[in-house]
Design a protein around this ligand. Structure first.
Ligand code: SF4
Length: 434
């Protein structure tokens, strides 16, 4: 669930930061390897972002393919409408998650990925089930398309807002008894825990730097936009690179670049380059819209609104609450990662998290982007809105769009809603100053 293969805001390579160039090269190499996999014999697994087991896959030299990321990148390339139409002609209803329909449409249109290269068929479908029922139905559909083994890791929902020993043991047992044997069988290689530990060590290092970058938004002005801009920063760690030396180098470079912005007192990069005055600091809940990503971002940046924290930036791991992959407890640590994913958190936990962000990041308000086709995020968001408003004494705003279906992005309505909201924040501030 990141936009990693898309270009960050800079217009051409000469304007890009080192981190952007580095990420672009990493992605190009990854997709080259995937495209060549049928000839080279490299194995690949299709798997989801939340609860991904990237380090374990890498320890078997398996290349991950993330269908959600392919879907969002299809949207940013203007391809998702046509893919969704293909899926709907096949009988998928209008209400189905549009990531699924975009993926199925892409698959039926030649399975050409975000870099224009054909994706290989999976050698294994690895389903980490973390809170969203759609994940399961999605892989049932893929199972019909490919003659490969399917392995499911069932992750218990955090209904009480905590991870118990029994939950951890249950996930570890599945890793040992189901997932690892399936990967051994798919690759013909034995599980190598020392290799897994090496990858986990690198993950923790990159996670430290990512958290530093996200928390740099506590500065005034914030040097980053933690919703739109963060999408680019999350690419490597949410996708195929967590646990690699490339990811460590990327986050080290990014951290240095953001530290320099802090030193210079600069705000975030926006679609128009360096941002102007920071007028409003907001926390955002819900995934972004990908078909009109820059247009929506501009609706914020034109108002001087900067997202200082977002829950979407935690969808591949809530690292800022302290979790790190831990090489001294490899499988336990993977289990805790899966259990702690944002999609696996209860409504009260999400309300706590949003309220905490508003306070810690000194936000003026919070906005919910309610995604039509993502029940996992959207169910309960009106309740979240009321609770967070009451708890934080901070005004919330609500608008609706979709992930990758352009039919559900109504620019005029959203702009109107956002302008009214920011106007209201401005009036409140003026009232306090009188
Ligand atoms: S419903 Fe939401 S969380 Fe579930 S697969 Fe679709 S986008 Fe992801």
């Amino acid at each position: 669930m990141s936009a990693s293969a898309r270009r960050p805001p800079a217009a051409d390579d000469s304007q890009k930061d080192d981190s952007q160039r580095r990420q672009k090269e990493m992605i190009a190499r990854h997709f080259d390897r995937l495209a060549a996999a049928p000839e080279t014999g490299e194995k690949c697994a299709y798997t989801f972002v939340p609860g991904n087991l990237t380090e374990l896959l890498l320890s078997f030299d398996i290349l991950p393919v993330l269908p959600e990321i392919n879907a969002l990148q299809s949207a940013m390339r203007g391809k998702s409408a046509e893919y969704i139409a293909v899926a709907e002609r096949l009988g998928h209803s209008e209400d189905v998650c549009t990531y699924v329909k975009s993926d199925i449409g892409m698959l039926r249109s030649g399975n050409v990925g975000p870099t224009g290269q054909r994706l290989p068929k999976p050698d294994v479908l690895l389903l980490s089930y973390t809170g969203c029922f759609t994940f399961m139905k999605w892989f049932e559909l893929l199972r019909e398309e490919y003659a490969c083994p399917v392995v499911m890791l069932h992750v218990p929902y955090q209904s009480d807002g905590r991870i118990t020993d029994a939950m951890r043991r249950y996930v570890v047992a599945q890793l040992r008894e189901k997932v690892i044997p399936a990967l051994e069988s798919a690759t013909g290689r034995a599980y190598d825990e020392d290799r897994l530990k090496e990858h986990l060590t690198r993950s923790a290092e990159a996670e430290d730097d990512l958290v530093w970058v996200l928390q740099s938004a506590k500065n005034v002005p914030s040097p980053i936009d933690a919703y739109f801009g963060a999408v680019y920063y999350l690419g490597p760690i949410f996708s195929s690179f967590r646990g690699t030396g490339d990811a460590v180098a990327y986050y080290r470079t990014l951290r240095a670049e953001i530290a320099e912005r802090v030193r210079l007192g600069k705000g975030p990069v926006t679609p128009d380059g360096d941002g102007g005055e920071e007028r409003f600091r907001v926390v955002v809940e819900g995934p972004p819209n990908w078909t009109s990503f820059r247009q929506l971002w501009k609706m914020f940046s034109d108002e001087g609104a900067v997202a200082v924290a977002s829950t979407y930036a935690k969808v591949g791991g809530v690292y800022d609450l302290g979790f790190r992959h831990d090489p001294s407890r490899p499988l336990e640590s993977l289990a805790e990662y899966c259990l702690g994913c944002y999609t696996n958190l209860s409504l009260p936990t999400r309300i706590d998290l949003l309220s905490r962000y508003i306070s810690e990041y000194r936000a003026d308000g919070f906005l919910i982007n309610s995604i039509k086709s993502c029940n996992s995020f959207s169910a309960g968001q009106l309740h979240i809105l009321r609770e967070v408003e009451a708890r934080s004494a901070t005004p919330g705003g609500f608008f609706e769009s979709d992930l990758v279906d352009p039919r559900y992005f109504s620019a005029a309505n959203i702009k109107n809603r956002l302008e009214s909201y920011f106007q209201m924040l401005g009036q409140k501030r003026a009232g306090r100053a009188r």
